[in-house]
Design a protein around this ligand. Structure first.
Ligand code: AMP
Length: 284
């Protein structure tokens, strides 16, 4: 496995790979790898000649007072894991390499950023699109892989790709969970022992919401049930519980075919997100 640090090295490698007709699968990450990331790599390996993973904790997607400084990092462990699952190239740029100077141009998502995480993290998705645009221009991937765990991010990236005619295909990869249902996340290491025991209640609450919504189609009641279960079974403070059409992220209506029930919960040292996506069955 090759490790590349600079944009120039990366572009050169990509150019050579493409010249020999190889397809490139791309897995962008912030590192501290877990099985969720590795599922993206496996999907990429199945469909591409070569797989490139970026590991970059992108400062522009963290707001003031968020966890940029304490975001978990362990490059050696990440490199060993990436090698083990068969990544061909790991791109690990520094912040100076990615952002040598302040830019005056911003990419701002539309209404999809005004709900869910975007409400409490108002500039988060601007930073996500900034880094994705840069990484896609560097890597020019054939196909890129994103996890459904970050469903709002995925919806916004899909909209971005379509709106600006990117050639890259985006693939959605289902959320990988611990045995007790907790969605795998680099941030899980920041849970206290007690919080770690409580945290699976988030997914259980979403599952109850899913069952209730299937039966009743009642948005308010579903949200309330999920809220109550999280409040009862965890010490976390709910940031939001929302139920929206997916991937539009608008309130549901008669035409909605897919629904997301999503939540974010603050624990003492970290904030966790999770969601369930369900199809509205045609009842005629
Ligand atoms: P991150 O390193 O947290 O920025 O995540 C990098 C990519 O891995 C994103 O596309 C995430 O959606 C995806 N990802 C993170 N956690 C999971 C998970 N538990 N299951 C599937 N994909 C995930």
């Amino acid at each position: 496995m090759k490790q590349l640090h600079t944009i120039a090295q990366c572009k050169q490698w990509i150019e050579a790979a493409k010249a020999s007709g190889q397809t490139i699968g791309f897995v962008p990450t912030m590192g501290y790898l877990h099985e969720g990331h590795l599922a993206l790599v496996n999907a990429a390996k199945q469909e591409n000649d070569l797989v490139i993973m970026s590991i970059f904790v992108n400062p522009t997607q963290f707001g003031p007072g968020e966890d940029y400084e304490v975001y978990p990092r362990d490059e050696n462990r990440d490199l060993a894991l990436a090698k083990k699952v068969g990544v061909d190239v790991v791109f690990t740029p520094t912040v100076d390499e990615m952002y040598p100077k302040e830019t005056t141009i911003q990419i701002v998502p539309g209404a999809q950023k005004n709900v869910l995480c975007g409400k409490s993290r108002p500039t988060h998705f601007d930073g996500v699109l900034q880094v994705i645009l840069k990484l896609f221009n560097i890597v020019t991937p054939t196909t890129a892989y994103f996890g459904m765990k970050d469903a709002q991010q995925l919806a916004i990236i899909e909209t971005f790709m379509e709106a600006f005619n990117f050639s890259t295909t985006i693939r959605r990869v289902p959320t990988i969970r611990e045995e007790d249902g907790l969605a795998k996340s680099s941030r899980n290491v920041h849970l206290t022992e007690i919080e770690r025991l409580e945290a699976p209640a988030i997914y259980k609450a979403l599952q109850s919401g899913q069952a209730l919504f299937r039966k009743t189609k009642n948005t308010a009641q579903t949200i309330e049930t999920v809220r109550q279960q999280i409040e009862t079974h965890t010490s976390g403070k709910i940031d939001y519980v929302e139920l929206l059409a997916y991937p539009q992220l608008t309130p549901i209506d008669a035409h909605t075919t897919e629904v997301i029930i999503a939540t974010a919960v603050h624990f003492a040292h970290t904030r966790l997100i999770d969601n369930i996506i369900l199809q509205i069955e045609d009842e005629e």
